[in-house]
Design a protein around this ligand. Sequence first.
Ligand code: ZN
Length: 353
Amino acid sequence: MFDEFSSGQPPRFILGETLLSWVMRCLGQNKLRNPHLFRGAINQSLVPPKRMVPGVVASWPPPAFEDIEFDLDTMLFKVMHDTYGTGATVLRKQFAARQSGLLDIHFRHTYCPACLLESMVTNGFPIWRQSWCYTTSVYCVEHRRPLMRPRDTFTPERRIWDAYLYSAGEQTGRSSLFDRRIAGIAIRMQHWIESLIPGQELTEGVEALYGLLLAKRTTFAPGGIASVGFSRTQQVLCRLNLDLHERIKYGLNDSDPYQRMGALLLTGWLSGMVSPAEIVYLGHHDHCVLRTLPPSPQQLGRMVTLTLSAEEVMVVRDKLVKLGEISSTMMSSFLEGFDEATSRTLRSSRPKR
Ligand SMILES: [Zn+2]
């Protein structure tokens, strides 16, 4: 019998793990050939920023790490190829991103504790899943429970063990009827948003709405409706004056799964994928749903314009119009409300003669 080490074959990939997770696991179990090259590639890609102002922690932008989990052009993939001769096709099939909304590598902290504990039992090492690495990652489909995000953020090579230690100390209670129902709704929406085809009008409209709902609050601008309404923890106020694009990018990356669930729920409500009866049920059991969802979609449209400046409203309008692809009366009402408020904003912002 020959083992993986002497056969020239790379140690076995586990379906759905990230490349970094595979490398960390194989390094930890001493299974890699040329381990120093793999370690070197990781360290080089995750070099901390050179210029640091003492006493100032900049929350945005994140450090310019290379995406050694999904970007096939990075050094880690090259080392993998050079060491084992694994071709681009195999690497792409195993490790490339399945959707467009990847989280920045610095912000990939969300995980399912049950998955981590199970992978430790099965493989002797906790495994980081690709399905946790997207801006729409909200629930673990297998365990039907919300993903977790630790209070502190960790560097990419440290997060596996830190998250595992959190998970090991966590008590898992039985899920209630409400937990199961909200899981069903959130997973339905998560599947739907993941199934949208990149580049299509509908997808662009949905992405624009989802991003707006999660936009980061700053000292200079209000936050997205889901970001504010579904926030369970006290957030550090961002003191940077960011433009809308940056606020959306920051919000998508920094939001926690509960805020994302709120954005999915609002999107589902407007597109008719979540029924009014389901909304009423959720509102009875979850005060964030109750306080965040306005009585009508028109009102939500108006609320969205309030989070934007006059110039931003015009940019957003061009994107949200694409939501007209969804034939639901709720969505039409939402767009009407947005349009009404938009024309009012534009009238009042026009210079008086
Ligand atoms: Zn899980």
